[in-house]
Design a binder for this molecule. Structure first.
Ligand SMILES: Cc1ncc(CO)c(N)n1
Length: 223
């Protein structure tokens, strides 16, 4: 039997070019090829720490919406709670990593692309934003990092050993399974969503992809 094509599958096919632009960005390629500029990596590290701090209240809002809005028994809350727990660990990791690279987190000023991305996250927190729309953003944000960093760990990659741990953080298999769970949540929601919500959710996915590309550009020193 042919499996049914999901909404996310349709979107990823339709927006493949933009999606690949986010997951195969020159910044990621430079890690994978082993010619990353370490100052670009440090820029990314400091800016991403700020992003992750802003990501926490957004994820908490998705958790709240899952509790209020999804059918019981699908386990959405548990999956998202796992994401919150991972973020707690991630923040400690950023602090440790920043110390290792001599990056002073307290003095980092968010750059324009980061500010805009954080503002976008804030715009998705309010109760007027549907669970489905917010969940699509959440799934996309996590999955882009998963795919990007997993790419740096493939057998033929030349990722510098000192960056392997960073790539492992998002590129590991269990983070991949978590992203798949998010995708299932999203597809289940989209299956029963109105056309209006589906349209909004697709537009939100495109905005996430654009923000991710801008974020990599910023880290790469191309803004
Ligand atoms: C910019 C950005 N996108 C996605 C993630 C994944 O959590 C992250 N840490 N930073």
């Amino acid at each position: 039997m042919q499996a049914k094509i999901t909404v996310t599958e349709t979107w990823l096919r339709k927006h493949r070019h933009l999606y690949d632009g986010a997951t195969r960005h020159p910044f990621i390629r430079s890690i994978r090829d082993g010619n990353i500029n370490i100052s670009a990596f440090k820029t990314w590290l400091g800016q991403d720490y700020i992003f992750v701090r802003a990501f926490v209240p957004f994820v908490a809002s998705v958790l709240t919406k899952a509790y209020k809005g999804s059918d019981d028994g699908n386990g959405d809350v548990e999956v998202i709670l796992g994401g919150v727990a991972a973020l707690h660990d991630e923040i400690s990791w950023f602090k440790k990593e920043a110390f290792k690279w001599g990056v002073q987190l307290s003095s980092i000023v968010p750059q324009k692309a980061n500010q805009e991305y954080c503002r976008f996250l804030e715009s998705l927190i309010g109760p007027e934003v549907e669970y489905t729309v917010a969940a699509v953003a959440f799934w996309a944000i996590e999955t882009i990092y998963q795919e990007s960093f997993a790419h740096c760990l493939e057998d033929d990659s030349k990722t510098p050993p000192e960056l392997k741990e960073t790539c492992q953080r998002w590129g590991n298999e269990s983070f991949g399974e978590y992203c798949n769970s998010l995708r299932n949540i999203v597809d289940r929601q989209l299956e029963k969503a109105s056309d209006d919500v589906i349209t909004k959710a697709e537009a939100t996915l495109l905005r996430v992809l654009e923000h991710e590309v801008d974020f990599w550009n910023m880290s790469h020193g191309r803004t």
